[in-house]
Each structure stands twice: as C-alpha cells, then as structure tokens.
Design a protein. Sequence first.
Length: 384
Amino acid sequence: MRTFVSATKFFLKSGVKGPGYLEIVDGKFGEYFSNLPEEEVTLIDHSDKWIAPGLVDTHIHGYMNHDVMDNDAEGIKVMSEALLACGVTSFLPTTLTSSKKLLKEVAATVGSVQKEVTGAKIQGIYFEGPFFTEEYKGAQNPSYFGDPDIETFHEWQEASGGIIKKIALAPEREGVKKFVEQVTSESVVVSLGHSNGTLEDAAEAVEAGASVFVHAFNGMRGLNHREPGMVGALLSLRDVFSELICDGHHVHPSAASILMEKAGHDHVALITDCMMAGGMPDGDYILGEFPVVVKEGTARMQEGNLAGSILKLKEAIKNVVDWGLATPEQAVMMASLVPAISCKLDDVCGMIKKGRDADFIVLNPDMTLEATYLDGKQRYAISK
C-alpha cells in the first residue's frame, strides 16, 4: 500500500505548493501530487500543517550538556537524538580551537560515530579554528592559535576518515592563500572569521576559494567608512555565504535585515553556534576550556562576552519571520537548503527531492515545530 503525507503547504525546492500529497517510498521522498491516486493508501495526515525539509545546522558545538570537544562518542549520540526536537535532521559537529592532539582525537571520535548516530545525521565535521587571530578570539583559546598548516590539517582529515567538510580561519594569517587553494581543491569549504582582517585580506582569501563568513558581524572587524573590514567584505563580496545567529542577542534584527537585503536570503545560512547548555536550565557550563554563565537567553564568559548560544534552529526560523525579515519560505530555505549548499552538502540534505532520505519537519502556520521525521518515520512530536 502506498504512503502519502498530506499538508496545506509543502516547501519544495521549486517553491511552495499545496494543499497536496507527498509520497514516501521505503523511507525516501517520492513524487508530489495535487490529488491522491484513486486507490487505497496509507495517509499521514498533517492537512492543516506545513511540510518543510529537515533543518541543517552547520555550526553547532554542543547540546543537552554535551560538547563535541568532550571527545565522547556517547555524548555525540545524545546530541544527535536531542536535535530532532529542534527540527534538525542533519548537522556538522563543530570543534573549538584546542591542541593539535585533542583536535585529532575529536576528529577520530566523530568519524567513528558518524554512522552510529540514530537521530540527526552527521554530514561531516566543521573545524572552527585554530587558525585565528587574538583581537577577535571570542571563546577560542588564543594559546593554540597559529598559521594554517596543511600537513596538520591532513592529519586531522585522515583521523576523521575524510569527513571534515569545513574549516574556519582568519584571512590575515600567514600562508592563507596557499592553504585555502589546497583544501578547497580537496572539496573542503573555507570560512572566514575570528579575524581583524581588512577587506583586502578577505577578498584575497575569497579569490583563493574561501566562500563562507563565520557568524556574520560577530568575532570580526566591523564596518568602517575608511576600512570596510570583515563586515564590509561579507556585505560587498560576491558569491559568498554568511552564517547568521538569529537569537536576538548576537545580531540586532536591523543588522540581520541589512545582510539579507544585501546578500540575498539565498546567501544567508541560519546557524545556532549552540554550546552544551542548549536545551538545559540556566547555570554554569563550560565552552572549550572556559567557564560560561547561562542566563536570560545568553551564554557569556566571565568578562561578559557572548560564548556561543543556546539557540535552537527551530527558534531561528520563527524569529526571522516574527521580526519581518523573511517569509516562511525564505526562513526555511535559510535553515535547510542554504546551509547545505554553503557546505557542499546539498547532494544529501537540505531539500525535499525524489529519491532522497525522507527527512522533514512539520510546521504550524505560526512557524512553531509540530513534528520531525527521519527516513519517513516520525521521530519527534510536540507534546499535546
């Protein structure tokens, strides 16, 4: 018997359609139909809801009291399961600046557990650092900073089993151009951030192949009329993507609006930059090697600087709609297809497409999450 999902709207790559029916075949997406076939079928009824691709979080350090840098396979499995309640069906576990040895061990651990997780799917690893500069270190430990080193990166990549998909660096470091050219030739995405770089520094790195800016506006030299800096670069350079944290604390909605208007919604990737306190009560936590206090919706270091976030990606898509910055269709795109494209993952996630794993979410018209499906099976539903 054929199985169909019914809904008022479907957020397909070609646009929003509905009301209609989407076939699920052996855990994969099938065809979309405006009308049900005239035969007996199994119907998954979400007729007053919206169906969207599963969300893709390409920058997330931790969740539910676990951190990628804990180097704990079981903790990563907990993260994977818990992220389904955030609408996330694919993610890139994200490292922090640390010793070369620990980063190698973490890469190996994530690589070993990639196929074992049973919740949100690990689509690769994001190395955030350690090739940064101290002026905008954020919650990164500057004692481990250094210039890009291709041999060290290859050690990490080998340890991971070849699944490092993205690495962030500061474009003003020595040897960036050669490093970027090499790793991008190996299909690794380079993002730019935690940087006091100039527009010229960023442009040179982009010419070499860098294509993403780390958490736009945060951890980077701001816009100045005499030196546009990193913010000027992400607003003016073409064919680049910008990560954006829309929790209402990291970036003012007006600044987020400027970025979306200038770059286009199709070049802004909503991310969380979530740390271990995500999904947990207020209190004291650790990010990397630093103590962090979580209260009033923020995670801050002792000196008051923001230290990652406790944002859920399902909240980000609701926020940008509630703030009037995006349509529901654009919001979903910025948290699914755009992150996937920006990290070269759109061949496996980020859209509803025939033959792909049927990873999708069910949204209410107010953009709240109703349910999450993985491989065509409901794995999370809001408690009634």
